[in-house]
Ligand binder design. Structure first.
Ligand SMILES: Nc1ncnc2c1ncn2[C@@H]1O[C@H](COP(=O)(O)OP(=O)(O)OP(=O)(O)O)[C@@H](O)[C@H]1O
Ligand SMILES: [Mg+2]
Length: 212
């Protein structure tokens, strides 16, 4: 499976061109880090890749052996704004995506506990999320993505609220869970980018391979 774009262009309505010919080709098993200055269009690019926005020209194609899959139905998200149900328990928040995808309760719960332990939240299952710190809530969303069977993982600043050591552990957990997925991670953190298999830089509307 591959996630491919051909010369994507995009402008937010009433704004100048933000992305001006973005080429990307990510295979299963690859993790691509996208870095670049604030406002360069990284979150916008993820929204295009995941089918939340439509490009003005160019296409996003999720290709499985010549068959084109609807990308929006195959993405798990870790968004820049942490989206949790604050009054529900930690485990319910991890399970919400798995249930939506039709995983049975037993399998999903076992996976969720493993994922929570991997992000350092073992034993917090029954706590309401509102009693957790911001960084802990962020890790719940990462555990949720790790439990998902969806083949594409799109993550926007997944470790933005975490210290360096926690960030390293959590990224290892996320990338291990995504070993057979197509992963795109937007990050400002060079240590996070270094854990990915490729680093691309977004700037002036283009995506370029980082030259060291
Ligand atoms: N819905 C919108 N309507 C109009 N302009 C937008 C919209 N969303 C984002 N923008 C603008 O598009 C540009 C790129 O935004 P985007 O969120 O993609 O940047 P980013 O690279 O993710 O930045 P950051 O690193 O700060 O998260 C910014 O100038 C932003 O103000
Ligand atoms: Mg952003």
């Amino acid at each position: 499976m591959r996630l491919v774009t051909d010369a994507l262009t995009f402008a937010h309505p009433g704004h100048p061109t933000l992305l001006d010919g973005v080429h990307l080709d990510v295979r299963v098993g690859e993790s691509v880090a996208v870095v670049g200055p604030s406002g360069s269009g990284k979150t916008t690019l993820l929204a295009l890749l995941g089918g939340l926005l439509r490009p003005q020209s160019g296409r996003v194609v999720l290709d499985r052996g010549g068959e084109e899959l609807p990308v929006a139905e195959h993405v798990s998200w870790v968004l820049q704004t942490v989206n949790v149900l604050a009054d529900r328990s930690v485990i319910d928040n991890v399970l919400v995506g798995a249930f939506a995808d039709g995983l049975d309760r037993g399998t999903a719960a076992a996976r969720a506990r493993t994922a929570l332990a991997a992000v350092g939240l073992g034993g917090t299952d029954e706590r309401p999320v509102r009693t957790l710190s911001g960084g802990e809530a962020q890790r719940i969303v990462i555990a949720r993505a790790a439990v998902s069977d969806r083949p594409v993982l799109l993550a926007d600043e997944p470790t933005g609220q975490l210290d360096q050591d926690t960030s390293a552990h959590v990224m290892d957990a996320l990338l291990t869970s995504a070993a057979d997925k197509i992963t795109v991670v937007v990050t400002h953190d060079t240590a996070v980018a270094a854990r990915c298999s490729r680093v691309l830089v977004l700037g002036a509307g283009h995506l370029a391979t980082r030259t060291r």
